[in-house]
Design a protein around this ligand. Structure first.
Ligand SMILES: Cc1cc2nc3c(=O)[nH]c(=O)nc-3n(C[C@H](O)[C@H](O)[C@H](O)COP(=O)(O)OP(=O)(O)OC[C@H]3O[C@@H](n4cnc5c(N)ncnc54)[C@H](O)[C@@H]3O)c2cc1C
Length: 558
């Protein structure tokens, strides 16, 4: 392998979802030279997930509501959210949503129900129509002289010395290696839900940012808290389920067409209670009786080796409901030729969103000088459960903050040390060469990993279920040789995706197994109750001597 191109920039932004777009625009507006790269095309990732009706951000109603909003976030966060960072988000989100038109994103207002996990309705700003936004962003970005976009370009490794960023190694859309000389990198690579077989993410959202950050010396936090939302397995695979439709649920059946849920409910929980609770929020949580639906689905999936989940049949009344959210769900489904009053759907828990990620402070700084993280890639802001509309808020608020801090850092920092091409390639190959002759291919790695994560590290988790996945990952990390895969002709991006996927999944699994309690979206069948002693205790992941280490950090108790 050899380096084909050399580039220099003041700031490298990795990712063109909401957080990357915000950060890249702001860096260029500050007069710095910014290179923005994206594994997917321009405007990709969860921010542009095709099978949903749009995205929304939750705003405080007015200045007086800010405190209530913050209290609610901390309540849902259940001792895991960072009060200071949540405070910043509540304080700045209204202004940041007001700046969306700069990026060519027009917002509208919606109503219908409090956001997921919120106690009261607030201002909900929504945007949709990805094609129009992509066209607007393309026009806006191409008119900025200081901004260069490279689509279908992956970061493979960050270059660093003495806990300081000095560049990055990329692979571009022509599969050529690119050495970027820069002192400053903003990772806006999204979450890691694309590691799962069934996910409501696109395949480019696969945890590479977490792996490269870890290798550079940054820490990951709260990985075990991730959101699973039901997705459709049929008739339109990967279409987002609208939990509000459960207001009109006729019956829930298993794939043998037998009543599915009742047998899994404890004696003191009625079917109606479970369904009513489940209609109030999209993501799975252990906090109320809604949890029995997805736990039942996963038990059924595991016992009967079928992944289609449960069938839902609706009453005719779903077509008569004038609630704004029900109406927009009907429209989304009609766009996919589904009439819920006539057709049944099948649902199962899909990996949806990471509440944890690369640990950042209020300026989006990681513990590595010159390395910033924003959006879903960043962690430590949200707690166990996170409000609907708070993920986009974090992208916008901390995307802008990352840009601001990165510009300040870049201006104050002398040009990075320059490495020779040989030095870079040799150390890269050394990193990914496990010196084994195993013939396991990147396809095998990703296929098995995706299946195992979905089956064994889904909403239903336990030592018995999840430990075998960790054991498999550890064994496979030793056996899988990305250097050999590349040398023998496998695509570099694919070979490296498998390499990074194993590293991020090991971090995730270690965090899942370490948290021996159930809290928010993290359910352990072997520890089904919340453990008060773990309130405020957050799990951090770091890497030392190539070993991935998890430990409890004393969190900032709200
Ligand atoms: C169906 C759905 C509905 C949602 N609805 C809401 C909602 O209404 N409100 C809300 O608050 N949140 C919602 N969320 C969550 C929210 O959309 C995401 O958290 C947010 O959009 C993430 O944005 P991001 O910019 O951090 O990452 P993403 O949008 O995921 O973008 C990641 C970017 O990084 C790039 N990338 C990844 N790896 C690499 C690499 N190695 N090299 C180069 N580039 C890389 C990708 O190609 C992509 O461009 C929803 C999520 C989904 C999936």
């Amino acid at each position: 392998m050899h380096i084909e191109r050399h580039l220099t920039c003041d700031v490298l932004v990795v990712g063109t979802g909401l957080a990357g777009l915000r950060a890249a625009y702001d860096v260029a507006a500050d007069g710095l030279n910014v290179l923005v790269i994206s594994k997917g095309r321009l405007c990709s990732g969860a921010s542009f997930y095709p099978l949903t009706g749009g995205l929304g951000a939750q705003l405080p109603r007015d200045a007086a509501d800010k405190n209530d909003y913050l209290e609610e976030l901390l309540d849902s966060g259940d001792g895991i959210a960072d009060e200071h960072l949540c405070h910043i988000m509540v304080d700045e989100i209204t202004d940041q949503v007001g700046r969306l038109p700069q990026l060519g994103i027009e917002v509208a207002q919606a109503a219908g129900r409090p956001a997921c996990f919120a106690k009261r309705e607030r201002i909900l700003k929504v945007w949709r129509n990805w094609d129009r936004i992509r066209k607007n962003v393309t026009d806006i970005f191409s008119s900025q002289e200081l901004l260069t976009v490279m689509q279908h370009c992956d970061v493979l490794k960050l270059l660093h010395r003495d806990n300081r960023i000095i560049g990055a190694l990329l692979i571009d859309n022509n599969s050529q290696l690119v050495y970027v000389k820069t002192s400053t990198v903003i990772l806006a690579t999204g979450g890691y839900c694309g590691l799962y077989k069934h996910s409501l993410n696109t395949d480019d959202v696969c945890g590479i940012g977490h792996s490269v950050a870890l290798e550079a010396g940054a820490e990951l936090i709260n990985l075990e808290f991730m959101q699973f939302i039901p997705g459709l397995t049929a008739p339109v695979y990967k279409l987002l389920f609208g939990e509000i439709s459960l207001w009109h649920c006729q019956e829930i059946l298993d794939q043998d067409r037998k009543p599915a849920l009742r047998a899994f409910l404890p004696e003191d929980v009625s079917l109606e209670q479970c369904i009513r609770d489940r209609s109030m929020h999209g993501p799975f949580t252990t906090r109320d009786n809604s949890k029995y639906l997805e736990l039942a689905i996963m038990k059924d999936v595991i016992e009967h080796h079928r992944e289609q989940g449960f069938i839902i049949r609706y009453k005719q009344s779903i077509n008569e409901d004038s609630n704004e959210l029900v109406a927009s769900l009907r429209k989304l489904y009609a766009d996919h030729d589904i009439d819920l009053a006539k057709q049944e759907i099948s649902i199962a828990p899909f990996a949806h969103c990471a509440n944890g990620g690369i640990s950042i402070d209020e300026h989006a700084c990681t513990s590595v000088h010159g390395l910033f993280a924003a959006g879903e890639a960043a962690g430590g802001i949200h707690g166990a459960d996170r409000h609907g509309g708070a993920a986009t808020a974090v992208c916008l608020v901390f995307g802008a903050r990352a840009a601001n801090a990165a510009c300040t850092y870049s201006k104050q920092t002398s040009p990075p040390e320059v490495l020779s091409d040989t030095e870079i390639v040799d150390s890269f190959m050394q990193w990914i060469d496990t010196k084994t002759n195993s013939s396991i291919s990147p396809h095998d790695v990703l296929h098995t990993l995706r299946e195992q994560l979905w089956l064994r590290a889904n909403v239903l988790r336990s030592k018995e279920l999840s430990l075998p996945v960790l054991n498999w990952i550890e064994k496979t990390r030793k056996a899988y040789n990305a250097a050999r895969a590349i040398e023998s002709g496998y695509d570099v991006k694919l070979s490296m995706q498998a390499f990074h996927a194993l590293r991020t999944s090991e971090s995730l699994l270690k965090a899942i197994l370490r948290r021996e309690e159930s809290r928010g979206p993290h359910y352990r069948a072997d520890f089904p109750n919340r453990n008060e002693a773990l309130t405020g205790k957050r799990i951090k992941v770091s890497e030392k001597d190539h070993e991935i280490i998890v430990s409890y950090e004393e969190g900032k108790r709200p």
